[in-house]
Design a protein around this ligand. Structure first.
Ligand code: COA
Ligand code: MG
Length: 292
Protein backbone atom coordinates (compact mmCIF):
# COMPACT_ATOMS: atom_id res chain seq x y z
CA UNK A 1 0.00 0.00 0.00
CA UNK A 2 1.23 3.51 -0.80
CA UNK A 3 1.92 5.65 2.25
CA UNK A 4 -0.23 8.59 3.28
CA UNK A 5 0.78 11.77 1.45
CA UNK A 6 -2.05 14.15 2.35
CA UNK A 7 0.26 17.14 2.68
CA UNK A 8 3.60 17.76 1.02
CA UNK A 9 5.13 20.79 2.74
CA UNK A 10 7.80 22.73 0.85
CA UNK A 11 10.55 24.39 2.79
CA UNK A 12 13.32 26.46 1.21
CA UNK A 13 16.39 24.31 1.80
CA UNK A 14 18.64 27.27 2.64
CA UNK A 15 16.40 28.47 5.50
CA UNK A 16 17.48 26.50 8.56
CA UNK A 17 14.88 28.12 10.82
CA UNK A 18 12.01 26.99 8.58
CA UNK A 19 13.55 23.56 8.06
CA UNK A 20 13.77 23.02 11.82
CA UNK A 21 10.16 24.16 12.18
CA UNK A 22 8.99 21.88 9.37
CA UNK A 23 10.61 18.86 11.01
CA UNK A 24 8.22 18.96 13.98
CA UNK A 25 4.92 19.87 12.27
CA UNK A 26 3.86 16.26 11.65
CA UNK A 27 3.13 16.80 7.93
CA UNK A 28 2.95 13.53 6.00
CA UNK A 29 5.79 14.75 3.74
CA UNK A 30 8.38 17.48 4.15
CA UNK A 31 10.01 18.55 0.89
CA UNK A 32 13.33 20.35 1.34
CA UNK A 33 13.63 22.53 -1.74
CA UNK A 34 16.69 23.40 -3.82
CA UNK A 35 14.66 24.52 -6.85
CA UNK A 36 12.40 27.54 -7.23
CA UNK A 37 12.11 28.34 -3.51
CA UNK A 38 15.85 28.98 -3.41
CA UNK A 39 17.70 31.87 -5.12
CA UNK A 40 20.42 30.99 -7.62
CA UNK A 41 23.17 32.32 -5.37
CA UNK A 42 21.86 30.23 -2.43
CA UNK A 43 21.78 26.81 -4.11
CA UNK A 44 25.13 25.76 -2.65
CA UNK A 45 24.02 26.79 0.88
CA UNK A 46 20.78 24.87 0.45
CA UNK A 47 22.66 21.69 -0.51
CA UNK A 48 24.88 21.91 2.57
CA UNK A 49 21.99 22.73 4.92
CA UNK A 50 19.82 19.90 3.56
CA UNK A 51 22.58 17.29 3.74
CA UNK A 52 23.23 18.39 7.34
CA UNK A 53 19.63 18.26 8.55
CA UNK A 54 18.95 14.92 6.89
CA UNK A 55 21.76 13.44 8.94
CA UNK A 56 21.11 15.23 12.21
CA UNK A 57 17.40 16.19 12.52
CA UNK A 58 14.56 13.86 13.52
CA UNK A 59 11.60 14.42 11.17
CA UNK A 60 9.34 12.11 13.18
CA UNK A 61 6.92 10.27 10.95
CA UNK A 62 7.24 12.80 8.11
CA UNK A 63 8.64 11.51 4.85
CA UNK A 64 11.93 13.32 4.07
CA UNK A 65 11.90 14.45 0.44
CA UNK A 66 14.28 16.72 -1.46
CA UNK A 67 13.31 18.68 -4.58
CA UNK A 68 16.33 18.95 -6.86
CA UNK A 69 16.67 21.31 -9.81
CA UNK A 70 15.34 20.10 -13.19
CA UNK A 71 17.25 17.51 -15.13
CA UNK A 72 19.01 19.56 -17.82
CA UNK A 73 19.31 22.71 -15.69
CA UNK A 74 23.01 22.09 -15.09
CA UNK A 75 22.43 22.07 -11.32
CA UNK A 76 21.08 18.55 -10.93
CA UNK A 77 24.44 16.76 -10.70
CA UNK A 78 25.65 18.91 -7.82
CA UNK A 79 22.25 18.61 -6.10
CA UNK A 80 22.32 14.82 -6.19
CA UNK A 81 26.01 14.59 -5.28
CA UNK A 82 25.34 16.63 -2.12
CA UNK A 83 22.01 15.09 -1.13
CA UNK A 84 22.20 11.36 -1.89
CA UNK A 85 24.96 10.55 0.66
CA UNK A 86 22.52 11.77 3.38
CA UNK A 87 19.91 9.21 2.22
CA UNK A 88 16.64 11.15 1.81
CA UNK A 89 13.46 9.03 1.64
CA UNK A 90 12.76 10.33 -1.85
CA UNK A 91 13.62 12.82 -4.57
CA UNK A 92 11.10 15.17 -6.18
CA UNK A 93 12.03 15.91 -9.81
CA UNK A 94 10.56 19.21 -11.05
CA UNK A 95 9.49 20.14 -14.59
CA UNK A 96 9.58 16.57 -15.85
CA UNK A 97 9.02 16.47 -19.59
CA UNK A 98 9.91 12.89 -20.55
CA UNK A 99 10.62 9.41 -19.20
CA UNK A 100 14.36 9.73 -19.77
CA UNK A 101 14.66 12.41 -17.09
CA UNK A 102 13.07 10.15 -14.48
CA UNK A 103 15.24 7.22 -15.55
CA UNK A 104 18.39 9.34 -15.37
CA UNK A 105 17.72 10.31 -11.74
CA UNK A 106 16.81 6.70 -10.91
CA UNK A 107 20.18 5.60 -12.29
CA UNK A 108 22.07 8.12 -10.16
CA UNK A 109 20.18 6.86 -7.09
CA UNK A 110 20.94 3.21 -7.98
CA UNK A 111 24.64 4.05 -8.15
CA UNK A 112 24.52 5.64 -4.69
CA UNK A 113 22.55 2.69 -3.27
CA UNK A 114 25.15 0.29 -4.67
CA UNK A 115 28.05 2.39 -3.45
CA UNK A 116 26.75 2.67 0.13
CA UNK A 117 25.32 -0.84 0.26
CA UNK A 118 21.78 0.43 0.85
CA UNK A 119 18.59 -1.40 -0.08
CA UNK A 120 18.17 -1.16 -3.87
CA UNK A 121 15.02 0.79 -4.72
CA UNK A 122 14.67 2.17 -1.19
CA UNK A 123 14.86 5.81 -2.28
CA UNK A 124 11.69 6.70 -4.15
CA UNK A 125 10.84 9.27 -6.83
CA UNK A 126 8.03 11.76 -7.31
CA UNK A 127 7.67 13.61 -10.64
CA UNK A 128 6.28 17.13 -10.98
CA UNK A 129 4.14 17.62 -14.07
CA UNK A 130 4.09 21.36 -14.72
CA UNK A 131 4.68 21.97 -18.42
CA UNK A 132 2.76 21.34 -21.64
CA UNK A 133 5.36 18.69 -22.60
CA UNK A 134 4.98 17.00 -19.25
CA UNK A 135 1.21 16.77 -19.68
CA UNK A 136 1.44 15.51 -23.26
CA UNK A 137 3.99 12.84 -22.25
CA UNK A 138 2.18 11.72 -19.10
CA UNK A 139 1.84 8.14 -20.26
CA UNK A 140 5.56 7.56 -20.78
CA UNK A 141 6.46 9.47 -17.60
CA UNK A 142 4.00 7.56 -15.39
CA UNK A 143 5.43 4.25 -16.56
CA UNK A 144 9.06 5.38 -16.62
CA UNK A 145 10.54 3.73 -13.53
CA UNK A 146 9.64 1.40 -10.64
CA UNK A 147 10.89 3.97 -8.09
CA UNK A 148 8.17 6.39 -9.13
CA UNK A 149 5.38 6.54 -6.51
CA UNK A 150 3.59 9.79 -7.24
CA UNK A 151 2.86 12.43 -9.85
CA UNK A 152 2.63 15.99 -8.56
CA UNK A 153 0.64 18.63 -10.42
CA UNK A 154 2.16 22.11 -10.73
CA UNK A 155 -0.50 24.58 -11.81
CA UNK A 156 1.47 27.82 -11.58
CA UNK A 157 4.36 26.65 -13.72
CA UNK A 158 1.98 25.05 -16.21
CA UNK A 159 0.06 28.31 -16.62
CA UNK A 160 3.38 30.10 -17.15
CA UNK A 161 4.49 27.51 -19.69
CA UNK A 162 1.36 27.66 -21.86
CA UNK A 163 0.55 31.34 -21.37
CA UNK A 164 -2.67 30.82 -19.41
CA UNK A 165 -4.00 33.28 -16.86
CA UNK A 166 -4.57 31.66 -13.45
CA UNK A 167 -8.05 32.12 -12.09
CA UNK A 168 -9.75 30.93 -8.92
CA UNK A 169 -12.06 28.41 -10.60
CA UNK A 170 -9.03 27.07 -12.50
CA UNK A 171 -10.65 26.00 -15.77
CA UNK A 172 -7.46 27.05 -17.59
CA UNK A 173 -5.53 24.23 -15.89
CA UNK A 174 -8.37 21.79 -15.42
CA UNK A 175 -7.53 19.47 -18.31
CA UNK A 176 -4.00 19.00 -16.97
CA UNK A 177 -5.18 18.63 -13.35
CA UNK A 178 -7.53 15.90 -14.46
CA UNK A 179 -4.99 14.24 -16.79
CA UNK A 180 -2.40 13.96 -14.00
CA UNK A 181 -4.74 12.21 -11.56
CA UNK A 182 -6.06 9.90 -14.27
CA UNK A 183 -2.60 8.83 -15.44
CA UNK A 184 -1.50 8.29 -11.86
CA UNK A 185 -4.47 5.97 -11.29
CA UNK A 186 -3.78 4.08 -14.51
CA UNK A 187 -0.23 3.33 -13.36
CA UNK A 188 -0.94 2.65 -9.67
CA UNK A 189 0.69 5.92 -8.55
CA UNK A 190 -0.52 8.60 -6.16
CA UNK A 191 -1.33 12.09 -7.38
CA UNK A 192 -0.58 15.21 -5.34
CA UNK A 193 -2.55 18.32 -6.13
CA UNK A 194 -1.56 21.94 -6.86
CA UNK A 195 -0.45 24.59 -4.36
CA UNK A 196 -2.95 26.99 -2.77
CA UNK A 197 -1.09 30.29 -3.00
CA UNK A 198 -3.19 32.54 -0.76
CA UNK A 199 -1.65 32.14 2.70
CA UNK A 200 -4.49 34.00 4.44
CA UNK A 201 -7.47 32.33 2.76
CA UNK A 202 -7.81 29.09 4.71
CA UNK A 203 -11.44 28.57 3.64
CA UNK A 204 -10.31 28.67 0.01
CA UNK A 205 -7.61 26.13 0.81
CA UNK A 206 -10.15 23.81 2.46
CA UNK A 207 -12.51 24.08 -0.50
CA UNK A 208 -9.81 23.44 -3.13
CA UNK A 209 -8.44 20.53 -1.05
CA UNK A 210 -11.91 18.97 -0.83
CA UNK A 211 -12.23 19.31 -4.61
CA UNK A 212 -8.83 17.65 -5.12
CA UNK A 213 -9.81 14.78 -2.81
CA UNK A 214 -13.05 14.31 -4.75
CA UNK A 215 -10.99 14.11 -7.97
CA UNK A 216 -9.00 11.26 -6.32
CA UNK A 217 -5.91 13.26 -5.47
CA UNK A 218 -4.16 11.71 -2.45
CA UNK A 219 -2.87 15.01 -1.10
CA UNK A 220 -1.81 18.56 -1.75
CA UNK A 221 1.41 20.53 -2.01
CA UNK A 222 1.51 23.14 0.74
CA UNK A 223 3.82 26.04 1.56
CA UNK A 224 3.01 27.17 5.11
CA UNK A 225 2.60 25.54 8.55
CA UNK A 226 -1.01 26.78 8.72
CA UNK A 227 -1.86 24.65 5.70
CA UNK A 228 -0.93 21.30 7.27
CA UNK A 229 -4.13 20.72 9.22
CA UNK A 230 -6.53 21.77 6.42
CA UNK A 231 -4.78 19.43 3.95
CA UNK A 232 -4.60 16.52 6.41
CA UNK A 233 -8.28 16.93 7.21
CA UNK A 234 -9.49 17.25 3.62
CA UNK A 235 -7.52 14.28 2.28
CA UNK A 236 -8.52 11.84 5.03
CA UNK A 237 -12.07 10.52 4.80
CA UNK A 238 -14.41 12.01 7.41
CA UNK A 239 -15.77 9.81 10.24
CA UNK A 240 -19.14 10.00 8.53
CA UNK A 241 -17.71 8.83 5.19
CA UNK A 242 -15.92 5.95 6.93
CA UNK A 243 -19.07 4.82 8.71
CA UNK A 244 -21.04 4.92 5.46
CA UNK A 245 -18.30 3.01 3.59
CA UNK A 246 -18.35 0.31 6.29
CA UNK A 247 -22.14 0.00 5.96
CA UNK A 248 -21.83 -0.40 2.19
CA UNK A 249 -19.03 -2.99 2.32
CA UNK A 250 -20.74 -5.06 5.04
CA UNK A 251 -24.12 -4.97 3.30
CA UNK A 252 -22.51 -5.91 -0.03
CA UNK A 253 -20.82 -8.94 1.53
CA UNK A 254 -24.16 -10.11 2.95
CA UNK A 255 -25.98 -9.52 -0.35
CA UNK A 256 -23.25 -11.33 -2.32
CA UNK A 257 -23.72 -14.34 -0.06
CA UNK A 258 -27.44 -14.14 -0.77
CA UNK A 259 -26.65 -14.09 -4.50
CA UNK A 260 -27.41 -10.39 -5.16
CA UNK A 261 -25.02 -8.09 -7.07
CA UNK A 262 -27.22 -4.98 -6.89
CA UNK A 263 -29.40 -4.01 -3.95
CA UNK A 264 -30.88 -0.98 -2.20
CA UNK A 265 -29.35 0.50 0.94
CA UNK A 266 -31.20 3.37 2.66
CA UNK A 267 -33.00 4.14 -0.59
CA UNK A 268 -29.92 4.17 -2.85
CA UNK A 269 -28.74 1.58 -5.32
CA UNK A 270 -25.50 -0.20 -4.45
CA UNK A 271 -23.58 -2.27 -6.97
CA UNK A 272 -19.93 -3.03 -7.72
CA UNK A 273 -18.68 0.55 -8.49
CA UNK A 274 -20.28 1.82 -5.28
CA UNK A 275 -18.61 -0.98 -3.29
CA UNK A 276 -15.26 -0.19 -4.91
CA UNK A 277 -15.60 3.49 -3.99
CA UNK A 278 -16.36 2.46 -0.41
CA UNK A 279 -13.27 0.25 -0.36
CA UNK A 280 -11.20 3.24 -1.52
CA UNK A 281 -12.56 5.30 1.38
CA UNK A 282 -11.53 2.59 3.85
CA UNK A 283 -8.07 2.23 2.24
CA UNK A 284 -7.50 6.00 2.54
CA UNK A 285 -8.71 5.98 6.14
CA UNK A 286 -6.29 3.15 6.91
CA UNK A 287 -3.39 4.99 5.21
CA UNK A 288 -4.18 8.11 7.25
CA UNK A 289 -4.14 6.02 10.44
CA UNK A 290 -7.85 6.70 11.17
CA UNK A 291 -8.80 3.01 11.25
CA UNK A 292 -6.93 -0.30 11.67
N1 COA B 1 8.03 25.61 6.42
C1 COA B 1 8.36 25.76 7.73
N2 COA B 1 8.15 26.90 8.41
C2 COA B 1 7.58 27.91 7.77
C3 COA B 1 7.21 27.81 6.40
C4 COA B 1 7.47 26.60 5.73
N3 COA B 1 7.14 26.42 4.45
N4 COA B 1 6.66 28.97 6.02
C5 COA B 1 6.67 29.77 7.09
N5 COA B 1 7.24 29.15 8.14
C6 COA B 1 7.44 29.67 9.50
C7 COA B 1 8.11 31.04 9.50
O1 COA B 1 9.49 30.92 9.52
C8 COA B 1 7.56 31.64 10.76
O2 COA B 1 8.28 31.12 11.85
P1 COA B 1 8.52 32.01 13.19
O3 COA B 1 7.17 32.37 13.69
O4 COA B 1 9.29 31.10 14.11
O5 COA B 1 9.33 33.19 12.74
C9 COA B 1 6.14 31.07 10.85
O6 COA B 1 6.17 29.85 10.08
C10 COA B 1 5.09 31.98 10.30
O7 COA B 1 5.43 32.34 8.98
P2 COA B 1 4.87 33.67 8.29
O8 COA B 1 5.47 34.86 8.95
O9 COA B 1 3.40 33.57 8.25
O10 COA B 1 5.40 33.52 6.81
P3 COA B 1 6.76 34.13 6.20
O11 COA B 1 6.47 35.52 5.73
O12 COA B 1 7.88 33.90 7.15
O13 COA B 1 6.96 33.18 4.94
C11 COA B 1 6.70 32.30 2.78
C12 COA B 1 6.07 33.19 3.86
C13 COA B 1 5.72 32.15 1.65
C14 COA B 1 8.00 32.93 2.30
C15 COA B 1 6.97 30.93 3.44
O14 COA B 1 5.76 30.38 3.88
C16 COA B 1 7.70 29.93 2.58
O15 COA B 1 8.92 30.02 2.44
N6 COA B 1 7.00 28.93 2.00
C17 COA B 1 7.61 27.92 1.17
C18 COA B 1 7.95 28.52 -0.19
C19 COA B 1 8.49 27.50 -1.11
O16 COA B 1 9.17 26.57 -0.71
N7 COA B 1 8.19 27.66 -2.42
C20 COA B 1 8.60 26.72 -3.41
C21 COA B 1 7.62 25.64 -3.61
S1 COA B 1 6.05 26.17 -4.24
MG1 MG C 1 7.27 24.49 -10.09
Amino acid sequence: MLRSRRALLYVPGDDLHKVEKAAVLGADCVCLDIEDGVALNRKADARVTIAGVLSRLDFGRSERLVRINPVGSGLENDDLAAILPAHPDGIVIPKVQNAGQVQWVSKQIAEAENFYGWEIGGIILLALIESARGVVNLKEIAGADPRLQALIFGAEDLAGDIGAVRTRPGWEIFYARSAVVTHAAAFGLQAIDMVWMDLHDVDGLREESRQGAQMAYAGKQIIHPNQVEPAHTAFAPSDEAIAQARRVVEAAARQQDAGKGAFALAGKMVDMPVVKAAEWVLARARAAGKIE
